[in-house]
Design a protein around this ligand. Structure first.
Ligand code: DQA
Length: 141
């Protein structure tokens, strides 16, 4: 059976390219999806690439992944720093969890330094922009 990887993106990441360009650059969520898709074809896995501004929706997707024996790559965006609910959902998930951030959250405002997701993540990539997503995928192979 083909390996399944969920890539779950949180709030405001749909605005990449327009949003705080000095921090996040010109890369859009579609650029990220396209490059991840390309890698999924060469590595032969099923990619489920998702983005939502809703915490509830992100939790639902983690629940979906629980039933599919997949791995998860997650950029929970601002929910990274606030969401015990997403952390709790990830704790039920048995596969590997890779946390990704485009920016280096350890070198920004203090309120970004703590990540609930990191309490469950097997690996974290931050500060590499789009490349961080590709590193996360490669880490899972
Ligand atoms: C982010 C960092 C978060 O602090 C922020 O709220 C985001 C994006 C990143 O990818 O660098 O929305 O997760």
């Amino acid at each position: 059976m083909k390996k399944i990887i969920y890539i779950i993106n949180g709030p405001n990441l749909n605005l990449l390219g327009k949003r705080e360009v000095s921090i996040y650059g010109n890369t859009t969520i579609h650029d990220i999806e396209r490059e991840c898709k390309q890698l999924s074809l060469s590595l032969n896995f099923e990619l489920i690439f998702l983005q939502s501004n809703s915490e509830a929706q992100i939790i639902e997707w983690v629940h979906q992944a629980i039933n599919k024996e997949s791995d998860i790559i997650i950029n929970a965006a601002a929910y990274t720093h606030t969401s015990i609910a997403i952390l709790d959902a990830l704790k039920v998930f048995k596969g590997r969890v890779v946390e990704v951030h485009l920016s280096d959250i350890k070198n920004r405002e203090d309120f970004r330094k703590f990540s609930y997701i990191s309490l469950r993540a097997d690996k974290v990539f931050m500060g590499e922009g789009l490349k961080g997503y590709l590193s996360a995928i490669k880490y899972l192979f």
